[in-house]
Design a protein around this ligand. Structure first.
Ligand code: PGA
Ligand code: ZN
Length: 422
């Protein structure tokens, strides 16, 4: 049973405050969890509570959320068994009382939810992936490594937010990871040789100023080949254009820096995505359109959904309500899963269940603001979706997740599985 709960304001990978929660059980087990934070957030995400006190951290302090954990949530859940995750999550949702966790803050609620999961796993003496996934949880996810950053995650001239290398032609996670890490190094050399900047963006990928969005794709394909791999069969590409960030009305116009004739219409954006998919070895495309452009999403899915995974992030915000609507309307065929978009472990698992029932894939994801917490690594193995997106081969906030996956693979030994399938 839960004996005590404590919380603390800590820093995320962008130097902004976030919430860390400690849970202590009566049997002496202590666990902790830290909450991530996004930059290109969807409008319908659960609310991340900030103090808005401009004299601290530019208003981004989270002391209120911390207080909500220790003063409001803790008294209600102390005494409940940590294994009763659904009960605890439900209780917090009721305590909050709003649609989007605006009162207590999704950062307060999720911190408790994750720390409770960990405490339960630890008190049963199980690794987190086994506790959440059962004895069958032995599949390592294929990583989508974000090696070139643009959009809201970097101050460069690239519109699309994430260019990711996906090791699809390997037999083990560690070999796949090695291939994309080598590609990351090859890319650095290539950029260097062209006099381009090799500083990194929020998710650890390079953030050079390039002449076009296509040039980003070309230089990565070159890096894959330079690293000794076959683009398309060994390593494929995945994109997150995070299109809401360059669509002022979030649905019908797309303001790309490199489009010659001014802003694109939704139809032109759909055509552009289809052309790229025909021209390049792309296996997955996240948020090709803005979060309000449900028609455009459906059109893209109809045109190229058979060959490419169309992932909804800002449009679904890991919320079962929007995912259901998406399934009904054939809006996409995959969902990006971020725990803090919805705010509890239970609701996140519910979102994943909906994807499975619909025959959709799902990608477990970090946020652009992260911490050293590796919860999502275990979560990806437990949820058995076979895909994770957790940044580049630099920045410890990203690499920590890869290292945890290597550790899980090592522990699983002969039982570990790894394959690409969508
Ligand atoms: P965010 O970016 O964490 O800044 O929202 C990640 C993504 O868009 O997938
Ligand atoms: Zn995204």
């Amino acid at each position: 049973r839960i004996a005590a709960i404590d919380a603390l304001e800590i820093l995320d990978s962008r130097g902004n405050p976030t919430v860390r929660v400690f849970v202590e059980l009566e049997n002496g087990i202590r666990s902790c969890a830290s909450v991530p934070s996004g930059a290109s957030t969807g409008e319908n995400e659960a609310i991340e509570l900030r103090d808005n006190n401009s004299t601290r951290y530019n208003g981004k302090g989270v002391r209120t959320a911390v207080d909500n954990v220790t003063k409001i949530i803790a008294p209600e859940i102390i005494g409940i068994k940590a294994e009763d995750q659904a009960v605890i999550d439900r209780l917090m949702i009721e305590l909050d009382g709003s649609e989007n966790k605006a009162n207590l803050g999704a950062n307060a609620i999720l911190g408790v939810s994750m720390a409770v999961t960990r405490a339960a796993a630890e008190s049963l003496g199980m690794p987190l992936y086994r506790y959440l996934g059962g004895s069958g949880a032995c599949r390592l996810p294929v990583p989508m490594m974000n090696i070139l950053n643009g959009g809201a995650h970097a101050d460069n001239s690239v519109d699309f937010q994430e260019y990711m290398a996906v090791p699809i032609g390997f037999d083990t996670f560690s070999e796949g990871l090695r291939a994309i890490a080598e590609t990351f190094h090859a890319l650095k050399k290539l950029l260097n040789s062209r006099g381009l900047a090799t500083g990194v963006g929020d998710e650890g990928g390079f953030a050079p100023n390039l002449g076009s969005n296509e040039e980003a794709m070309e230089v990565i394909l070159e890096a894959i080949a330079k690293a000794g791999y076959q683009p398309g069969s060994d390593i494929a590409m995945s994109l997150d254009s995070a299109a809401s960030s360059f669509s002022p009305d979030l649905k019908s116009t797309y303001d790309l820096q490199w489009s010659k004739g001014g802003a694109l219409t939704s139809q032109q954006m759909v055509d552009l995505v289809c052309k790229w998919v025909a021209d390049y070895p792309i296996v997955s495309w996240e948020d090709p359109l803005a979060e309000g452009d449900w028609d455009g999403f459906a059109q893209i899915t109809e045109r190229i959904g058979n060959t490419v995974q169309i992932v909804g992030d800002d449009i679904f915000v890991t919320n079962p309500r929007y995912i259901k609507q998406g399934v009904d309307w054939l809006t996409a065929n995959s969902v990006l899963i971020k725990l803090n978009q919805i705010g509890t472990v239970t609701e996140t698992i519910e979102a994943i269940r909906l994807c499975r029932d619909a025959g959709w894939t799902y990608v477990i994801s970090h946020r652009s603001g992260e911490t050293e917490d590796t919860f999502i690594a275990d979560f990806a193995v437990a949820m058995d979706g076979g895909q994770i997106k957790t940044g580049s081969a630099s920045r410890s906030d990203r690499v920590a997740k890869y290292n945890r996956l290597l550790e899980i693979e090592h522990h699983l030994g002969q039982d570990a599985r790894y394959y690409w399938k969508r």
